[in-house]
Write a new protein. Structure first.
Length: 118
């Protein structure tokens, strides 16, 4: 669970820093209306960054740095449809915390995926 959380934090931080640079807002400063716009765009970028790379190659930037990847239970890559389902459920926040005895979150069970070490 620690590697998964670290990967998510890395992904979020990278997306936030990218959007802060694009919107020319301070990454860590006093909150402002323009800063909220940056956060919304960062969430959208995070969604795309978690969905597409995970679906196509099995890992996002953060997962690669954390040394983990996502595969289907049969060993193949998740694919666009299952990757989208997994990402949507991940964004619902609760499914990742509901895990079974194998530590697979509800989002992984619904998408028939599992997180493995590289």
């Amino acid at each position: 669970m620690g590697r998964r959380l670290a990967a998510l934090v890395i992904d979020w931080l990278a997306c936030y820093l990218i959007m802060s640079a694009i919107n020319r807002t301070p990454a860590f400063g006093a909150p402002s209306a323009h800063g909220l716009t940056t956060q919304y765009w960062a969430l959208l970028l995070l969604f795309a960054e978690l969905w597409l790379p995970t679906a196509l190659i099995g890992m996002s930037f953060g997962k690669r740095l954390a040394g983990i990847r996502v595969i289907r239970t049969g060993g193949s890559r998740p694919g666009l449809r299952w990757g989208l389902l997994r990402t949507v459920l991940l964004f619902c926040v609760v499914p990742p915390w509901l895990s079974d005895r194998d530590l697979r979150g509800l989002h992984d069970r619904a998408a028939d995926t599992v997180v493995v070490r590289l």
